[in-house]
Design a protein around this ligand. Structure first.
Ligand SMILES: O=P(O)(O)OC[C@H]1O[C@H](O[C@H]2O[C@H](CO)[C@@H](O)[C@H](O)[C@H]2O)[C@H](O)[C@@H](O)[C@@H]1O
Length: 885
């Protein structure tokens, strides 16, 4: 699947949990049949555990609570039992919040063993409002928490289900925990991801960077904990913006981990994200994942274009390619646990509350809203839109009430609270009377029954955040409207049906909106539009309400938190054969190579060194002419080629002029330019042109196409060589797709050319030449070679590696059936020659990530390592020579 253009689930797709689970079983079987180990475990890594831990501790270890408090505002307070002498050391209670995510994770326990790895949260003391500094919790108590958590099952879990969830605590020092969450998460990342720049949020704003060390430290602690509990074959899902560095950190310690990152927040456009001082660190951290999943397609597009525009990374149909490690990008919105919400909404305590509300507001239409009171939830804009409704549609004055509940936000803003109160007072003063109050504002945490009663009784819900990843209230509203109350729903308004079917006004700036387009989608900034939508919603015909409700209800009850979690597992399993162990290229075995180098020195044969240039002997840089060899590179080439046993070639896409200018003084080195089009043999100054007799008419045509795009693409340029031509777009907006299509679809099949997609370039060369042919030629000329080192970083270098696939995989000298012979297919009438090389002495080496798709047997990560390893070989040889004197 093209991970960029295909939504994983489209709205209206019939998605069933059973079908997704069947797909999971099939995929798992497929992997097991292919010999890929799967442990059957899913590790979910979340900021904190869904458990509140109270330490029934001894006196003397209490510390004052850290500020600000970190229990989510809508969390139920933890019970604080008084310690008894025989009380267990730890008391555990459920921590509420993130209900959708947690219920999704819990549902997976039906099919997989589940671990939730998360921060302990602040440790509570048994006395109310006291916390215990984690720094004061001794190792023995920490170990006791592990045991207590191992035995813990939340009360809502199925007691008959043996596949329980294991909770794995991550301990963070208080300073790190709060610098991480209250600092970097809440003050730097959260505003940015919601399109707020820091100076707009806090006047005392100092630096968007000041808490970064805590963020790093917390992510590192999580990585260490994962490494402790990880088993081969585990699937790892990391959740949310608190842990964006984690994928990369985990991959450093477990290179073949199969890891997904789910981003629950919005992801902003690249123009916003680029303001983040640590943007590269954060993106690189995320790109350690095999798969990054967002709530919506547009967030995934923002992320992709940020990687391309801010970091200059390449995109391929498989995902984002960083040095060969490809991260797939997908999206799949979280839903609610529809079954559970449906059950809860029917609880007996709710009906009397519904009736009380009906009696209280009899004869009035009821509009409801419930939001956290933070700036992005758009409460102010919503109230202004309500005022606009009363202005523009005076018939509603006295006939409609807005019940707006706001729960305290984590980052409380007294200023916002004050402005909201003033606005409410203003509307009520302007449009209310002694016996009528238009806006009822409650700033408090509602009990669940009250909340569901309110949703059930409403004639309209208005949920209009300025930016939100996803929103459970809108989904709970749809379920409440279906389950509670009686509505009148056929076209002529005659028959009573189950459900009330009141409409929903929803902001278009929310992750969930794309999935719920039967809601009335509005731009919350456009007050007139919101007022008009409210007006239409209040007057909507029963038939239209029923039609919209039916569609919304189907979406909410099929795209649930359970299907979401199952889809995540399915998506990650889909990555296993793409990135699994079989595909990892091991690191160059430097000691083995040293031994083989030495051993070949004792025989009569030669050693071959075949190097690509850009990205292999020198790092990729913005301007091609600046990619000049370093002193160390020149030294390595000079010293290697000084040994008469060594035959050194640089096989590059560059033209001869560039190679001569920067490397030409190395007389013992041979060169091939323009991807095999030209060769300058060792000791010679002449270039042999292999393209001489080829049809080169196409050069002009390709040049014209490239010129067309260069004129229209600021920052791009053309590099014209003798028999090939390159269009570079590293310095420009990466709109090269059309140019490539034009070349491939209109020219390539009519002309003897090949179009190569390089590193931020498109290259066109004659189809008859390639680097692989040059390698075969060198090998043919040196059949006595007893050692081969060949390194490259780019797609064109794969031709060299292919030419060196001389032995079936896994062959050793002992299992080699007969001496190997090769021929040249170049019409030179060359008879087959026998080769002396042994499988163990061929070191094909890709420069890039270990998960890069390559035919090479080994990898190193950067050009510097190629150079260092070469210097190491010659240094060791020199040392051996000295010691034998
Ligand atoms: O075969 P190679 O030696 O790897 O050469 C391949 C192409 O490399 C050069 O372009 C690339 O490197 C530049 C310098 O780092 C970089 O600015 C550019 O974006 C890369 O595409 C070179 O200019 C081409 O002619 C070579 O064919």
């Amino acid at each position: 699947m093209d991970s960029f253009s295909e939504p994983y689930i489209r709205q209206g797709d019939d998605i069933s949990l059973d079908a997704v689970r069947a797909d999971i079983r099939a995929l798992e079987q497929q992997h097991i049949d292919a010999g890929i180990p799967l442990s059957g475990r899913v590790l979910h890594v979340c900021h904190y555990l869904p458990v509140i831990s109270t330490l029934n501790t001894r006196p003397g270890v209490l510390s004052p609570p850290p500020t600000p408090p970190t229990i989510p505002a809508d969390a139920d307070p933890a019970p604080a039992p008084a310690p008894a002498s025989d009380a267990p050391i730890w008391t555990l209670a459920p921590r509420y919040g993130h209900a959708a995510m947690i219920s999704g994770i819990q549902s997976l326990a039906a099919t997989h063993e589940q671990l939730i790895i998360g921060w302990t949260g602040d440790i509570l003391a048994p006395t109310p409002n006291e916390r215990i500094s984690s720094d004061n919790v001794p190792a023995s108590d920490r170990a006791a928490l592990d045991d207590a958590l191992a035995a813990y099952q939340p009360k809502e879990s199925d007691p008959d289900d043996e596949r329980k969830i294991t909770y794995v605590p991550v301990w963070l020092d208080d300073k790190v925990a709060h610098g991480h969450y209250d600092g970097y998460c809440k003050q730097t990342l959260w505003p940015l991801f919601h399109y707020l720049l820091w100076q707009d949020v806090a006047t005392e704003y100092a630096s968007a960077d000041s808490h970064y060390p805590y963020y790093e430290a917390a992510n590192a602690a999580f990585a260490r904990r994962i490494a402790e509990v990880y088993r081969p074959g585990d699937l790892v899902w990391v959740h949310d913006y608190h842990l964006l560095l984690l994928p990369r950190l985990v991959r450093e310690s477990i290179p073949d981990v199969v890891l997904g990152l789910f981003v629950h927040t919005p992801f902003p456009s690249s123009e916003i994200f680029r303001c983040l001082p640590r943007r590269k660190e954060i993106l690189d951290g995320m790109l350690g994942a095999n798969l990054i999943c967002f709530q919506t397609y547009s967030y995934s597009r923002h992320f992709t274009s940020t990687c391309v525009r801010v970091c200059g990374y390449e995109t391929t149909p498989r995902g984002i390619d960083v040095e060969g490690h490809v991260t797939s990008i997908m999206h799949c919105p979280v839903g609610v646990d529809a079954e559970r919400v449906g059950r809860d909404i029917k609880r007996p305590g709710i009906q009397p509350k519904i009736e009380a509300l009906r009696a209280l507001y009899e004869g009035k239409k009821i509009i409801v809203g419930r939001d956290k009171l933070d700036v992005v939830k758009g409460v102010l804009q919503k109230l202004r839109a309500f005022e606009k409704l009363l202005q523009d549609y005076p018939e509603w004055r006295g006939n409609v009430v807005m019940i707006q509940v706001t729960s305290p936000a984590l980052t409380d803003s007294p200023k916002l609270e004050r402005v909201v109160s003033e606005l409410v007072a203003h509307i009520n003063g302007e449009y209310g009377s002694l016996d009528f109050i238009p806006v009822h504002h409650y700033h408090q945490t509602l009990k669940k029954d009250e909340f569901y009663a309110l949703l059930s009784v409403a004639d309209l819900a208005v949920i209009t955040p300025l930016r939100d990843g996803m929103n459970t209230t809108s989904m709970e509203f749809v379920i409440a409207q279906q389950q509670n109350g009686v509505g009148v729903s056929n076209a002529d308004g005659a028959a009573e049906v189950e459900g009330k079917h009141s409409p929903l006004v929803l902001s278009e700036f929310m992750g969930i909106s794309k999935n719920m387009d039967d809601a009335m989608l509005v731009n919350p900034w456009n007050l007139g539009d919101v007022a008009a939508a409210i007006h239409r919603g209040l007057l909507m015909s029963p038939a239209e309400k029923a039609r919209r409700q039916a569609n919304l209800y189907r979406v909410v009850t099929t795209h649930t938190s359970h299907t979401w979690a199952a889809v995540l597992v399915k998506m990650l399993l889909g990555q296993v054969d793409g990135q699994g162990q079989a595909r990892m290229t091991p690191y160059l075995p430097v000691d083995d190579m040293g031994r083989e180098y030495k051993r070949s020195g004792e025989g009569t044969g030669k050693r071959l060194f075949l190097f690509d240039y850009d990205g292999t002997l020198t790092p990729i840089v913005k301007t091609p002419s600046m990619a000049v060899p370093t002193a160390a590179t020149l030294e390595a080439l000079e010293r290697l080629s000084a040994d008469p046993k060594n035959i050194v070639y640089i096989i590059s896409g560059r033209d001869g002029a560039f190679l001569e200018q920067h490397l030409g003084h190395l007389k013992n080195v041979g060169y091939s330019a323009e991807h095999g089009g030209f060769v300058r043999e060792r000791g010679s100054t002449e270039w042999v042109n292999f393209t001489e007799n080829l049809d080169m008419e196409w050069l002009g045509e390709v040049g014209e196409i490239f010129r067309y795009y260069t004129e229209r693409t600021t920052g791009s340029h053309i590099e014209t060589k003798k028999s090939s031509i390159t269009w570079h777009y590293r310095g420009s907006d990466p709109e090269w797709g059309q140019c490539q299509d034009l070349l491939e679809n209109n020219l390539a099949h009519k002309r003897p050319i090949e179009v190569l997609v390089g590193k931020k370039n498109l290259e066109v060369r004659p189809i008859a030449v390639n680097k692989g042919e040059i390698v075969k030629r060198i090998l043919y000329q040196n059949p006595d070679a007893e050692f081969i080192f060949c390194a490259g970083d780019d797609k064109t270098d794969e031709d060299m590696f292919r030419a060196l696939l001389l032995f079936p995989p896994g062959t050793t000298e002992a299992t080699l059936p007969a001496p190997l012979a090769i021929t040249l297919v170049d019409g030179e009438n060359s008879p087959p020659v026998k080769l002396a090389i042994r499988p163990e002495a061929v070191f094909t080496t890709a420069v890039g990530h270990s998960s890069k798709r390559t035919l090479a047997s080994w990898h190193v990560t950067a050009p510097q390592e190629v150079v260092d390893n070469m210097l190491d070989l010659v240094n060791r040889a020199d040392a051996d020579a000295k010691s034998s004197l």
